[in-house]
Design a protein around this ligand. Structure first.
Ligand SMILES: CC(C)(COP(=O)(O)OP(=O)(O)OC[C@H]1O[C@@H](n2cnc3c(N)ncnc32)[C@H](O)[C@@H]1OP(=O)(O)O)[C@@H](O)C(=O)NCCC(=O)NCCS
Length: 184
């Protein structure tokens, strides 16, 4: 396993967003976003139903930063500092038995439709390219999540039908994930 990446941005900005490493103060925001049915419509397991699930998710994210020196960012609008509207960025993952870097973006519905996910996805892709490009970058989406697919494409990832697969972590009966990638 590769160790901590050098110079991965703990905090960065895009045109309209502050992207900074998630920390223990983000629990309410993780819970709000991941228990929202609309923001989790395409998650095969559905939205979170218990706050403990958000605690577990946040602990995994902060541990990832502590161990590897990179990970997901909390997202705030520059015009509204201190209010987390989503999460995104990159994190270690595995796909088809290969070590990969997963590109993530999830926003509260109030933030949709303004190009903000594209800013997150572009920032994550740039950070991957600068520090982690020894491993492929992938985004995988459910077939009907068109907004997610277009966001991956807008960030420059290429559609790779040859990498489509079931995710072994999904509930039984879940369909194929559509994969977008760079560097594979
Ligand atoms: C997917 C998501 C992040 C998109 O956020 P957003 O800020 O509205 O996206 P953007 O405004 O940056 O738009 C990105 C692209 O998606 C398209 N898009 C956005 N919403 C769309 C929708 N409902 N249907 C179809 N296309 C859509 C945009 O037109 C744009 O495409 P283009 O570059 O070809 O014009 C947001 O809908 C979300 O958080 N959904 C729930 C979580 C999720 O599914 N995350 C991804 C899977 S892990």
């Amino acid at each position: 396993m590769t160790g901590a990446a050098v110079h991965f941005p703990v905090a960065t900005t895009s045109d309209r967003l502050l992207l900074r490493a998630v920390d223990e103060h983000d629990l309410d925001a993780v819970w709000r976003l991941h228990s929202d049915p609309a923001a989790n419509r395409f998650i095969p397991a559905g939205p979170m139903t218990e706050r403990a699930q958000a605690q577990e998710r946040l602990a995994a994210w902060t541990d990832h930063w502590a161990v590897r020196g990179f990970g997901y960012w909390a997202v705030e609008e520059l015009t509204n500092p201190g209010v987390v509207i989503g999460f995104g960025g990159v994190r270690s993952s595995r796909w088809l038995d290969r070590e990969t870097v997963n590109l993530y973006y999830r926003l509260a519905p109030a933030g949709w439709g303004r190009g903000l996910a594209t800013e997150i996805a572009v920032a994550g892709t740039e950070a991957w390219r600068a520090t982690l490009a020894d491993r492929p970058l992938i985004a995988h989406t459910m077939p009907d999540n068109v907004a997610s697919q277009r966001t991956a494409t807008a960030a420059g990832l290429a559609r790779r039908p040859d990498l489509d697969a079931h995710d072994p972590n999904d509930p039984p009966g879940t369909g194929l994930h559509l994969v977008f990638a760079l560097g594979w």
